[in-house]
Design a protein around this ligand. Structure first.
Ligand code: XMP
Length: 532
């Protein structure tokens, strides 16, 4: 099935007709991906509702293509552009087709601007969770309480204009939900977990506003993926980048179930910018298995040499990726691998500026270590269409040990993104020690499983200390912890003060070079989960 709808060509229409036949439906929701970090979450919401959702490229799809396709409804995602200052590519004639349309954030601003409603930059930008109040009159919010929490991330504002029927507001968004003819819009993001009742909002749009009726039960994802992998691997060798984390472990189990006569799996764990805990995990869970072999490659010196003199996070990420690729290429050669497999998630691809093949500008938030590496042999990334929680569910269905699935995510670039400034042996040692204390205390206080991810950062700030009656200087260590579901959005975890004090006391006492400890309280957005 085609990934992104670009034009109503004969081939594209034939493929869509085939998919409709399989799903026994004539319905389809067209999702214009306007460059949002969350576009895939909208697709996943619709997938889980059993609705056929086709992602479309706003830069190439014209009104005539939409007419030919005749979708049941249209959704315009958010995006980094501005409807008035830097309009995203989109054929406005599509709005004249009379097809029920839901605009999310930028999508809403785009149709509002087209309808002649003033859209301007706002003095009071809204990022994060806000309280949304509605009047109970919109079918979009049918069955929902009159107030609920929503996640907003916008710098532009839609003015309360007489053309609009306004259904709801937030503190700084006077038209947080509005309607004009067949066009509906919300200034917030119903697709992220921080927005309450988001599933219901998409359900109301599809079934109440667009009048869709058919639901196609989502196919058993794991089985589908295994069938695809079996076909691809068929007796060949796979080199797997194994980190001990949830995603690469789930890929290992997918590969295990896809093994056929003659095929072999060889896992490689790269050491150097990691935590001792991760290496031990790989040894414990994969070291004694008979369906794969594993090798630990110590790349400490290579990483340190490549990172020497690099200060900015982006240049450090690029240097780290270089070594990661070099080692996997060398191992693949030695093992005579036909494929290199990685646990890449859609989140990694999307944040690296990739994702759906759409002409809309998409921001590169950060280059993830595992994306676009252009290996000399083909890659297998069976979780590339999943986010963290859907990947975890696949892992669970395959019998991946819960201990591996329940671990906090740890980023591929490891401690590199948890150290400010140049990476040195000393800073790596401090980062490891701070992380070990933080994780140990989270477990001691039974807090580890109550949060999604936590990390300790060695900042470049130095504070004056007095240790043992003497003057000293020490690094400021920043702790963070978040609640999230899929990593696209996150909320700073509200950790007990007593707990934070005890971690701070241990870090400053047990790590000679640590001067002070601070706790980050920002949500994503605006901040990203990792420091770098
Ligand atoms: P950010 O920091 O972008 O992180 O909000 C979202 C999630 O992704 C993890 N992360 C990475 N994972 N390679 C990875 O495999 C990377 O380059 C990378 N950067 C961030 C991060 O730990 C969080 O869970």
């Amino acid at each position: 099935m085609l990934q992104t709808f670009k034009r109503a060509s004969t081939e594209a229409l034939a493929e869509i007709a085939e998919e409709k036949k399989i799903r026994k439906t004539n319905e389809l929701i067209l999702l214009f991906s306007m460059g949002s970090q969350f576009d895939h979450l909208i697709k996943q919401k619709l997938d889980s509702l059993g609705v056929f959702c086709l992602v479309a490229d706003p830069a190439s799809v014209k009104a005539q293509d939409v007419k030919d396709l005749s979708p049941t409804g249209i959704i315009l995602s958010g995006g980094p552009a501005s409807a008035h200052a830097e309009p995203p590519p989109f054929d406005r004639d599509i709005f004249d087709l009379g097809i029920p349309t839901l605009g999310v954030c930028l999508g809403y601003q785009t149709w509002a601007y087209y309808a002649g409603v003033p859209v301007t930059s706002s003095d009071k930008r809204e990022f994060g969770t806000h309280l949304f109040t509605h009047d109970g009159k919109s079918p979009l919010f049918d069955g929902l309480p009159l107030q609920f929490k929503v996640l907003e991330s916008h710098g532009d504002k839609i003015h309360a204009d007489s053309k609009l029927t306004i259904f709801g507001t937030t503190e700084h968004a006077p038209a947080a939900a509005g309607n004009f003819k067949h066009l509906w819009g919300v200034q917030f993001h119903p697709e992220v977990t921080e927005t309450e009742y988001g599933d219901k909002i998409y359900e109301n749009f599809c079934f109440k506003i667009c009048g869709a009726k058919d639901k196609f039960p989502s196919a058993e994802m794991a089985e589908k993926k295994i069938a695809e992998l079996k076909n691809q691997i068929a007796g060949k060798n796979v080199l797997l980048a194994l980190s001990g984390g949830t995603d690469s472990s789930t890929v290992a189990y997918l590969l295990k179930h896809s093994l056929s006569e003659g095929a072999k799996i060889h896992g490689v764990y790269i050491k150097g910018i990691d935590r001792p805990e991760d290496e031990a995990h790989v040894e414990k869970y994969f070291g004694k298995e008979n369906w794969l072999t594993i090798k630990i490659v110590d790349a400490t010196d290579k990483f340190l040499a490549a990172l020497a003199g690099k200060i900015g996070m982006k240049e450090k990420r690029i240097a780290m990726r270089g070594i990661y690729k070099e080692i996997l290429e060398a191992e693949a050669k030695e093992f005579k691998a036909d494929f290199i497999a990685q646990g890449t998630l859609y989140t990694d691809i999307s944040e690296s500026g990739g994702g759906y093949d759409s002409g809309a500008r998409k921001a590169e938030i950060k280059i993830h270590h595992n994306v676009n590496l252009n290996f000399s042999i083909p890659e297998l990334q069976p979780l590339a269409d999943c986010v963290k929680d859907t990947g975890r569910n696949i892992g669970r269905a395959l019998g991946t040990p819960e201990d591996l699935l329940h671990r906090h995510p740890f980023p591929g670039p490891g401690l590199v993104v948890r150290i400010e400034g140049e990476i040195t042996k000393e800073k790596l040692k401090i980062a490891r020690a701070a992380d070990a204390i933080y994780m140990e205390e989270l477990r001691n206080w039974n807090l580890y499983q109550t949060i999604w991810q936590a990390g300790a950062v060695v900042t470049n700030s130095v504070t004056t200390c007095t240790k043992g009656d003497d003057a000293a200087e020490g690094y400021v260590v920043a702790l963070w912890a978040v609640w999230s579901v899929n990593g696209f959005t996150a909320r700073a975890a509200d950790l007990p003060h007593d707990f934070l004090s005890s971690v701070a006391r241990r870090i400053t006492n047990e790590i000679r070079e640590a001067g002070a400890v601070v706790y980050r309280i920002s949500d994503k957005p605006p901040v990203t989960i990792e420091w770098g």
